[in-house]
Design a protein around this ligand. Structure first.
Ligand SMILES: Nc1ncnc2c1ncn2[C@@H]1O[C@H](COP(=O)(O)OP(=O)(O)OP(=O)(O)O)[C@@H](O)[C@H]1O
Length: 313
């Protein structure tokens, strides 16, 4: 079996009557980095909390490496490491003791060699005897990761791993996550930073108002939904486009000095070479051109906004 997590028909209605998750179906492959994107309140934390056994599902099933999270709670939970959104690290304990204790909570026998390896990988070795409350925010975050890795989980959940973290630390974290993946850990992260998903994820899931509206390989997603734009700066501005050039996707800029051609890889619009030929035939000479491609951020905003216009949610 290549799926480390298998979620089927999972729904959650809180006691308040609020339905936070609606019929989620999702498989996570071993060794991938999966990013869950969604706006505030979309249901990301609820989904992670259910998989980690913190919140009870209302219906549906979750298997972690084949173990049911309810029927085989202990086995399933021991396969998971969770780095929660909030840092709970106002501790007088040392880094070493905290991480060692965390391992013990999962009933694993002590393994100082393994703990040393984790602390070294996270650049925490020099701080092993420091009290956690004396560490910087970035170091505290690393301690949270060390705790989550202390019992050698196969899957690591990172809930907003770089919220409120500065740019350089964010880059360090990304590197670290890639290293964990290379070491064989499956990683599921939630994020508000689209750039983070764009940078790291193999696959992306978008959750909107409790529904998983899309799950796609990152590259496919960007290719499928991303639009490209070709801008041609005209040598001489024109008042309007000749009728033969009034093509779908081609517009003249407000100041009449640029032609903008918006196209996507799937549509049956005319090709660039053909377009340039047609322009030349009509005496339209351009002095410069450039292309841009929409980012994952634009794709995400479009998808989420598309939902905002529907009244079915
Ligand atoms: N214990 C609870 N009782 C009732 N409603 C809840 C409870 N916990 C969460 N919710 C609601 O469920 C929805 C989903 O919350 P959740 O924390 O899963 O969202 P999220 O996508 O993680 O958001 P954020 O990015 O803000 O963390 C929200 O509308 C939230 O108010």
């Amino acid at each position: 079996m290549n799926n480390i997590i298998s979620i089927s028909e999972l729904s959650k209605t809180y006691q308040s009557g609020f339905q936070a998750l609606k019929n989620i179906n999702l498989d996570i492959a071993k060794g991938e980095i999966f990013a869950l994107l969604g706006q505030n309140g979309a249901g990301k934390t609820t989904l992670i909390s259910i998989i980690c056994g913190i919140v009870n599902p209302s219906s549906g099933q979750v298997l972690v490496d084949g173990q049911d999270i309810i029927g085989h709670y202990r086995e399933a939970r021991s396969l998971i490491g969770l780095v929660p959104q909030e840092l709970s690290t106002d501790s007088f304990e040392t880094v070493w003791n905290t991480v060692t204790f965390s391992r013990g909570l999962y009933g694993k026998p002590p393994n100082p060699v393994f703990i040393e390896k984790v602390l070294r990988e996270l650049s925490l070795w020099d701080k092993r005897n420091s009290k956690i409350m004396t560490l910087s925010g970035g170091m505290k975050r690393r301690v949270m990761i060390a705790k989550a890795l202390s019992h050698e989980p196969k899957v690591l959940f990172l809930d907003e791993p770089t919220a409120g973290v500065d740019v350089s630390l964010r880059r360090d974290m990304w590197k670290l996550v890639k290293e964990l993946q290379n070491a064989g850990t499956t990683i599921i992260l939630t994020t508000h930073y689209i750039e983070e998903a764009e940078e790291m994820a193999d696959r992306i899931g978008i959750i909107r108002k409790g529904e998983l509206i899309l799950v796609e390989d990152k590259r496919t997603l960007m290719k499928k939904l991303g639009k490209k734009e070709l801008t041609l700066q005209l040598q001489h501005p024109v008042d309007s486009l000749p009728i033969e050039l009034q093509l779908p996707g081609l517009t003249l800029s407000g100041d009449k000095s640029e032609l903008v051609y918006t196209y996507d890889s799937n549509s049956e619009q005319i090709g660039i070479a053909e377009l340039l030929r047609a322009l030349a035939e009509h005496g339209l000479v351009f002095k410069d051109l450039h292309t841009t491609q929409s980012s994952l951020e634009e794709i995400f905003v479009n998808l989420v906004n598309a939902g905002a216009h529907n009244h079915d949610v």
